[in-house]
Ligand binder design. Structure first.
Ligand SMILES: [Zn+2]
Length: 252
């Protein structure tokens, strides 16, 4: 419309047009505000997602060092010396596995009890137990953690030496316990570090608490078998395992 036409508008029409313009302006401002709000919300969501990712990473790292808590007044630690009775386990020179396993566990028991912890053993003498009996004994004891001691044996490679610690697949507490034991055990005994791995053993699969199966050395290696039969070497192994257990406890 031209000026002429505009001038011809009645006051009422001009008022209406002015009102319409204002309304359009208000609508435009509302749209702008909404856009700003959306961008703000978008940024907030991004920050939240990022924060959550960081939190998850921290939690993951934290889980890596997850410690074991006591259910009762003090920690109850179950020790499981492998084999026993007519089940001798493997033999290397003078060393018989069932005896080595029991001696290390007995030393470990004294060390842990001296620290005020309660220790239960699946066997304290030369008796034979089934794998299932060991697991149910440990579960019935209400122990907070379990350490089973065995010796390794490599028929085809008699040169192979070193300690290996096996953990329950999928249990962070068990894995942490294995890593701590492995670290201190190799430190104290000087055994080669054979590493930690998930183990498919009844004593790991059927127990309800974090459990680790430790193999401090190979009876198939002559030198290591002689060491494993040695009292002071057994002390070092027991000390290493004890330190590893202590490092895994949430002692408040
Ligand atoms: Zn064994």
């Amino acid at each position: 419309m031209d000026t002429k036409e505009k001038n011809q508008l009645t006051p009422e029409q001009r008022r209406r047009r002015a009102e319409l313009r204002k309304r359009k302006q208000r609508e435009l401002q509302r749209k702008k505000r909404r856009k700003k709000l959306l961008i703000g919300a978008g940024i907030a969501v991004c920050v939240l997602v990022l924060a959550f990712s960081i939190f998850q990473v921290i939690q993951f790292i934290g889980n890596g060092s997850e410690t074991i808590s006591a259910r009762g007044e003090t920690f109850v630690i179950a020790l499981d010396p492998g084999h026993g009775g007519e089940d001798t386990g493997m033999t290397g020179g003078e060393a018989v596995e069932k005896d080595v396993d029991l001696k290390i566990c007995s030393k470990l028991k004294i060390m842990l009890e001296s620290q005020g912890y309660q220790v239960v053993m699946t066997r304290g003498d030369d008796t034979r137990l089934s794998k299932e009996e060991r697991a149910s004994l440990a579960n019935a004891s209400g122990a907070d953690l379990l350490v089973s001691v065995h010796c390794n044996y490599a028929e085809t490679d008699t040169e192979l030496t070193g300690a290996v610690s096996c953990y329950q697949d999928g249990s962070k507490k068990s894995r942490t316990l294995a890593e701590n034991i492995q670290e201190r055990l190799t430190e104290e005994s000087g055994a080669a570090d054979g590493g930690c791995e998930a183990g498919d053993y009844t004593i790991l699969n059927d127990t309800e608490m974090p459990a680790v199966l430790v193999q401090p050395g190979y009876l198939s290696n002559e030198t290591e078998a002689a060491k494993l039969a040695d009292d002071s070497y057994q002390n070092d192994v027991a000390k290493g395992i004890a330190y590893g257990i202590l490092a895994s406890l949430d002692r408040g």
